[in-house]
Design a protein around this ligand. Structure first.
Ligand SMILES: [Zn+2]
Ligand SMILES: [Zn+2]
Ligand SMILES: [Zn+2]
Length: 277
């Protein structure tokens, strides 16, 4: 089984629409600087399954990437998606669901696994409600409980994050190794730090390098990488940052902040990265 990083950008990806900053300008001309919206795939080409965590606005190119590895999942004729696990209701994590509706591929009952608050949000809000029972069927996952899916186990855990519409979870996927996926959080708690220490590989929120990146804002709602690196130990867990905002200086390959991160033993996820689990 493998984990494929489908998108290592923040919700809006890099380049952001209409943005002329250096990172975005470069991403338009040099593909290696491009970052799609946040999503990963849990897949096994031989066993023919592919589950997504989150459905980003860039789901179209992301499914093309998956199709190079798995042309068809066992349960779907048209697209290689066996099921989708959702972290939360923010735009970059759910907008791709719209591509599965009648106006698009008209997927047949793909199971969407999420918290009960998230199930309620999807059932009660258009356009998601429009997809339920034809394109998507909802499966409520209780937090901190292991669910066997194919040959792996998956559990969700509570994450403090701006919960305007529903709640937020992260996931732990377990086969030979344990991998944690935590793309969005507001702040680190002792429980979350212990969870990161309990797994082999962690993919975590790398939205911003420092709080100074958004001029005029002192309420940056993500722990900056510089502070996260003070709290976590990369010798205990293989730690990858992901979910980069277009302002993040580590996107510049030659930057000192990128070097500082790597020198400290942390890793940087990129679109197309494959991890064996
Ligand atoms: Zn996000
Ligand atoms: Zn930009
Ligand atoms: Zn979010």
């Amino acid at each position: 089984m493998q984990i494929l990083i489908l998108g290592s950008g923040q919700d809006a990806g890099v380049p952001q629409i209409g943005c002329d900053c250096l990172n975005c300008t470069r991403a338009r001309t040099e593909p290696e600087f491009k970052r799609l919206g946040p999503s990963i795939a849990i897949l096994d080409a031989e066993k023919k399954y592919c589950f997504l965590i989150d459905a980003s606005p860039d789901i179209k190119p992301q499914i093309e990437l998956v199709k190079k590895i798995i042309p068809k999942a066992d349960n779907q004729d048209k697209i290689p998606i066996s099921g989708i696990f959702l972290t939360h209701a923010h735009f970059g994590h759910v907008a791709g669901l719209w591509m599965l509706g009648k106006e698009c591929i008209d997927a047949q009952n793909i199971t969407v696994f999420c918290s009960s608050l998230m199930c309620d949000f999807l059932k009660n809000n258009h356009p998601f409600s429009h997809l339920i029972d034809r394109n998507l069927s909802l499966s409520n996952m209780k937090k901190n409980q292991k669910y066997p899916i194919e040959d792996f186990q998956i559990s969700s855990f509570h994450v403090p994050h701006r919960d305007e519409y529903a709640d937020t979870v992260g996931y732990i996927i377990e086969l030979k190794k344990k991998i944690l996926y935590l793309p969005d959080l507001d702040n680190w708690t002792e429980v979350l730090i212990q969870l990161v220490e309990s797994v082999d590989i962690a993919l975590i929120d790398g939205s911003f390098y420092t709080k100074d990146e958004l001029p005029g804002r002192d309420d940056v709602p993500h722990p900056p990488m510089k502070e996260t690196m003070e709290l976590l130990d990369p010798t205990k867990t293989e730690i990858y940052f992901t979910h980069y905002n277009h302002t993040n200086p580590i996107l510049k390959k030659e930057g000192k902040d990128r070097k500082e991160t790597l020198d400290k033993g942390f890793k940087l996820a990129f679109d197309g990265l494959l991890l064996d689990i």
